[in-house]
Design a protein around this ligand. Structure first.
Ligand SMILES: [Cu+2]
Length: 224
């Protein structure tokens, strides 16, 4: 019966969501999904933009049209890659590369990191002026280092840089993807993987996509 199947799908999704807020059961990993997207008001955002995660949890960024990225920053320098930030102390950090996605795409590209310590992790989108516009986020922010503070300082940032980009060149064009960085592991608080999943466009596809997501997550562990 249709309604009972729907209920089962909703129940399984609810189970996935609830698993994100506490430690994952032994032998599994908690996955926090973050959408990189344009919201209904036309604003570029990460949704959610604030994540509470345990060590060992994964954060999976899912990329929607048109072209976003996720770059690790320091709290002090919101729209500058941690690798180019004076406050980064030489850390490499993660960078998804740019993720161009057409409106008719049949896949959602994803980029995942694994939380490796309890320190706050700060990130932003390096497309155009998305960082200044508020497309920023935090994993495990603190009372002293808040996402609100990070966001307000991002709005004042002089430039929005991708890794390898010179401040003198201004904003990003969105075309170039430094492939050497795209799948590189981070040295500060997170390790990263790239993959893609089918979009859960229709309710009927949800039951199919969840196992695929889990398979992708499982597969990613073999390559770490
Ligand atoms: Cu963006």
């Amino acid at each position: 019966m249709f309604f009972s199947k729907t209920a089962v799908v909703i129940a399984s999704l609810a189970a996935c969501v609830s698993a994100q807020s506490s430690a994952a059961p032994s032998g599994t990993v908690a996955v926090h999904v973050v959408q990189a997207m344009i919201d209904t008001s036309g604003k570029p955002v990460f949704s959610p933009n604030e994540i509470q995660a345990n060590v060992g949890d994964q954060i999976q960024f899912q990329f929607h049209p048109a072209n976003h990225s996720v770059v690790q920053a320091t709290f002090a320098d919101p729209c500058i890659p941690i690798s180019q930030s004076a406050s980064g102390n030489g850390a490499q950090g993660f960078f998804s590369g740019f993720m161009p996605v057409s409106a008719s795409s049949t896949e959602i590209p994803t980029f995942s990191i694994t939380v490796q310590d309890t320190k706050p992790i700060w990130f932003y989108c390096s497309q155009g002026k998305h960082c200044q516009a508020g497309m920023v986020g935090a994993i495990n922010p603190t009372a002293n280092k808040t996402l609100a503070d990070f966001t307000s300082r991002a709005a004042q940032a002089a430039a929005n840089l991708s890794p390898g980009q010179n401040p003198g060149t201004g904003g990003t064009s969105g075309g170039a993807t430094p492939t050497t960085l795209q799948t590189s592991a981070a040295t500060t608080g997170a390790s990263a993987t790239n993959t893609a999943i089918p979009p859960p466009n229709a309710g009927a596809k949800l039951a199919v996509s969840m196992p695929l997501v889990l398979a992708a997550i499982a597969a990613s562990f073999f390559f770490l």
